[in-house]
Write a protein that binds this ligand. Structure first.
Ligand code: ATP
Length: 465
């Protein structure tokens, strides 16, 4: 088929694009820009939006789902697949209610809560630096007419079965690790693992947070990726250090620089009821340094308690020394949604060009980017070969196709989505068999053969997961 040459649309500067000079680059300063980009581009938006939303619950749209899946796949690869000493599982969200008695959650999983006598709102007693939504502008909850602090259990309850007796009450899991402990014996035997080894899972957790806030940072429904690593008591410090280092490396691999990543050991009085030692990995969000992952030495708390409550021996016997003991547990627990939020905040860059034009570009690492490439024919007349190329590429990569509107605007849309490469077919493609590949960050353009595009992209977007 012969193409009718047409005037090159404005915004397409194949030769000069790389000359666009960035005069100024700025990272995210507040959350508003990010929240609106996430909703507009379909990364993350309020759940039940048409009903006004539901506080503490969020939905991931097409781009957000891909980003989150890529993050989970990378975690699974590094923590489970690459390790002969870690097994992955996927357990039910609802466990036998005794699980949460044994784990200490029924008794201890509480936050101190206060009520405001005038506006009737509820706040976390240790977080009163939030604005009171009912009061005149800028008044903080700490200025409200507050009651004494009371403890409030964070577990969400549900009912299982048709009867409404107390016996039918069950809890949505508050953390994904408890079924790992209750399934410890079964998994170890089935997988023929010996101590030291770990069990990992990714899944939903639910907490009835008193004040969900900071976008998805504190939600009521969220995902965790947790590893419980079982070791001999004499090796707990060594494994704690090992996993701390592994997990820090993981966050660096995500692209978090040392200026945005730090560790914070817990003081003695901060430790959770089960923990012997704990350390947070924190990311510098626009709203300050906040925990994205916890590394905990949980000792033998969980296995001993479940042993006691179930009447089953969850200890193990060393095959060589015949020593019988309850293994110690080193836990790494990362919030998938919090890390996604850190990825989004970290990727966000606003650039101003020398001419005054601006663009927002999401600089995701290509292997985490939701879309790997966009195929953009210069004109709708080139739709047919462009769609053919897009569907070929889709066999290997997540590829977007867009033939609507000005090419410059199409590039900007892909910059906002964080797509590392745009592949443009133009009127010369028919004669020279080449396309222009534009790189997202440097905006450099390269002319390569259509047949080589798949290999070119695969080599650059990485196949880390
Ligand atoms: P925080 O002190 O912020 O409430 P935590 O110390 O209770 O967190 P852990 O119980 O250690 O958190 O949970 C491990 C990880 O799960 C956290 O590092 C975080 O990334 C994630 N997480 C915990 N609570 C929430 C939540 N409400 N919303 C989103 N992610 C959460």
């Amino acid at each position: 088929m012969a193409y009718t040459p047409a005037a090159i649309p404005p915004g397409y500067r194949r030769e000069s694009m790389s000359e666009e000079r960035v005069a100024q680059q700025s990272r995210l300063t507040g959350m508003d820009e990010l929240v609106s980009l996430c909703a507009r581009r379909g990364f993350i938006f309020q759940s039940s939006e048409i009903y006004g939303g539901i506080n503490g619950f969020w939905d991931y749209g097409p781009l957000g789902t891909e980003l989150k899946n890529n993050l989970k796949a990378l975690w699974w690869q590094r923590v489970v697949r690459e390790r002969p000493d870690v097994e992955g599982i996927d357990t039910a969200i609802i466990a036998h209610p005794r699980t949460w008695e044994a784990s200490g959650h029924v008794e201890h999983f509480t936050d101190p809560m206060v009520d405001c006598r005038s506006c009737k709102r509820r706040f976390r007693a240790d977080q009163l630096d939030v604005p009171c939504p009912e009061a005149p502008k800028k008044r903080q909850a700490s200025d409200c007419d507050l009651t004494e602090a009371r403890n409030f259990n964070l577990m969400l309850q549900t009912q299982v079965g048709a009867s409404e007796e107390a016996a039918s009450i069950a809890y949505l899991r508050a953390e994904t690790c408890q079924p790992i402990f209750t399934g410890f014996k079964r998994v170890r035997e089935a997988a023929r693992q010996k101590i030291p080894f770990g069990i990992a899972q990714i899944g939903k957790a639910f907490r009835n947070e008193i004040n969900p806030r900071n976008f998805t940072f504190r939600s009521r429904e969220f995902e965790q990726a947790e590893l419980e690593f079982f070791c001999h008591p004499s090796e707990r410090e060594q494994w704690f250090a090992h996993w701390r280092d592994q997990r820090l490396d993981f966050h660096r691999e995500l692209g978090f620089g040392d200026d945005h990543l730090r560790t914070r050991p817990h003081a003695e009085d901060e430790l959770a009821h089960y923990a012997r030692a704990a350390l947070d990995i924190e990311y510098l969000f626009p709203f300050g340094w906040q925990e994205i992952e916890g590394i905990h030495d949980r000792g033998d708390w969980d296995l001993s308690r479940h042993g006691e409550y179930s009447g089953k021996d969850l200890g193990i016997t060393d095959p060589d020394t015949k020593e019988h003991y309850v293994p110690m547990v080193i836990e790494t627990s990362v919030g998938v949604d919090r890390t996604c939020l850190a990825l989004l905040a970290n990727a966000y860059v606003e650039e101003t060009f020398e001419g005054g034009e601006t663009r927002v570009v999401m600089r995701f690492h290509p292997s985490l980017a939701p879309l790997k490439a966009a195929v953009l024919p210069l004109s709708k007349k080139l739709a047919e070969p462009a769609q053919r190329l897009a569907s070929d590429l889709r066999k290997e990569l997540n590829v977007f196709y867009d033939d609507a509107g000005n090419i410059g605007r199409r590039y900007r849309r892909q910059d906002e989505a964080g797509t590392p490469f745009c592949v443009t077919l133009d009127f010369e493609t028919e004669s020279d068999g080449k396309v222009t590949v534009r790189e997202r960050d440097a905006m450099t353009q390269e002319r390569i053969s259509v047949d080589a595009v798949a290999a070119y992209l695969l080599a650059r977007v990485g196949d880390r997961v």
